[in-house]
Design a protein around this ligand. Structure first.
Ligand code: GLY
Length: 358
């Protein structure tokens, strides 16, 4: 029996996050669809093939950050056209965030928009990328500069698809999971998430052993994100909080692509959150003495979870890339600063102001 979280607007359901035990259960939804076109990351092929009997055609992608381009989206659209997809089609994307972001974008522009649904197969996509309707591709080496906001018909969540993930790929989603609970810790999930990640690091990655905890935390994170998206779908206010760590992270990823050091999105977000915490402490000078600093606490927790905390680039060298932040307005960046776990606020600063403070 599957559970459901809904994202609603004006009394309508915009998107459904459906939680099941295994991908096979999705068959009961897909058998009602007559025009499903499946695009999957080849790495998730074993899971995607379980849906073969419900789809009209399927396309495997070889994904990597360098493949996240407009031309890949165009190829998906050409494949849809050649496969005969009309406006009734449902594009089903099975894979991590790169697959879901590109397929969501293809579906939102193909024939001016067809329906699409996701089966996220990474922790990162389950707790972030596949919820909330942001689609997109990179432009030059700048992250997600082109894209749309359009909601998936549904996002299917089940823990079984994580079993084939290498440990490092699972942990690539850890920073986004922690990020969500740093923003909203009303369910007290931050400490539970740290405990689980620390234990997995210590005992070794055996996904099946952690299905109940993973499913619970993914549910809590999806609930937080769905609530924020429901209140601010187009990111005019509260949704900006979800960019915690990302202004720095995107600049780090930009430099990493230029020098080939291969820092992943999850690693960059972890480092970005620590930089944001350092900035928060400098901005908030009235921190009660004797209290453990938020930056120290997050650094300790992240390191215990095996996440990086040290930025490999000097801030002044990242200034240009930070200025290109797509959320910048009138020369000001909406920096998202964690003052405490569960107390995250926006502070607008120019890049020069940020450099002077940090
Ligand atoms: N990944 C941030 C957001 O969906 O708003």
């Amino acid at each position: 029996m599957s559970a459901e979280i809904q994202i609603r607007s004006d009394g309508h359901v915009l998107s459904r996050i459906i939680e099941g035990k295994c991908i096979e259960e999705l068959g009961s939804i897909l058998e009602k669809e007559k025009h499903t076109y499946l695009v999957y990351d080849r790495k998730a092929g074993g899971h995607a093939r379980k849906l073969d009997s419900f789809v009209k055609a399927s396309l495997a992608l070889d994904t990597g950050e360098e493949s996240k381009t407009l031309s890949s989206v165009e190829k998906i659209c050409i494949w849809l056209l050649e496969s005969g997809a009309d406006r009734n089609a449902l594009l089903l994307a099975v894979g991590g965030g790169i697959t879901t972001d590109m397929c969501g974008m293809a579906a939102s522009i193909y024939k001016r928009g067809i329906r699409f649904a996701y089966v996220p197969t990474t922790l990162l996509a389950q707790v972030d990328a596949a919820i909330g309707g942001k689609t997109g591709v990179n432009l030059l080496s700048y992250k997600n500069m082109l894209g749309t906001i359009r909601q998936s018909e549904f996002t299917w969540m089940s823990p079984d698809v994580l079993t084939t993930l290498p440990e490092e790929e699972f942990f690539d989603g850890a920073a986004e999971l922690l990020k969500t609970f740093i923003i909203d810790n009303t369910s007290h999930s931050y400490s539970a998430a740290v405990r689980m990640l620390r234990t997995i690091r210590a005992d070794g990655w055996a996904p099946e052993d952690y299905f109940p905890q993973i499913s619970h935390l993914v549910h809590e994170a999806a609930t937080v994100k769905a609530g924020i998206v429901e209140r601010d779908q187009f990111e005019n206010g509260e949704r900006r909080l979800l960019n915690l760590g990302h202004t720095f992270a995107h600049a780090i990823e930009h430099h990493s692509r230029l020098d080939g050091s291969g820092i992943t999105h999850g690693e960059a977000v972890a480092i970005g959150i620590i930089l944001a915490a350092r900035l928060a402490e400098k901005v908030k000078k009235d921190m009660p003495s004797g209290r453990k600093s938020i930056c120290d606490r997050l650094s300790q927790d992240f390191q215990d979870c095996g996440l990086p905390v040290k930025c490999p680039y000097a801030l002044k060298d990242m200034a240009e890339a930070i200025r290109k932040d797509k959320k910048a307005e009138d020369g000001k960046i909406h920096f998202v600063l964690p003052f405490e776990i569960g107390d995250v606020r926006i502070v607008d600063l120019s890049v020069d102001e940020m450099l002077a403070i940090l």
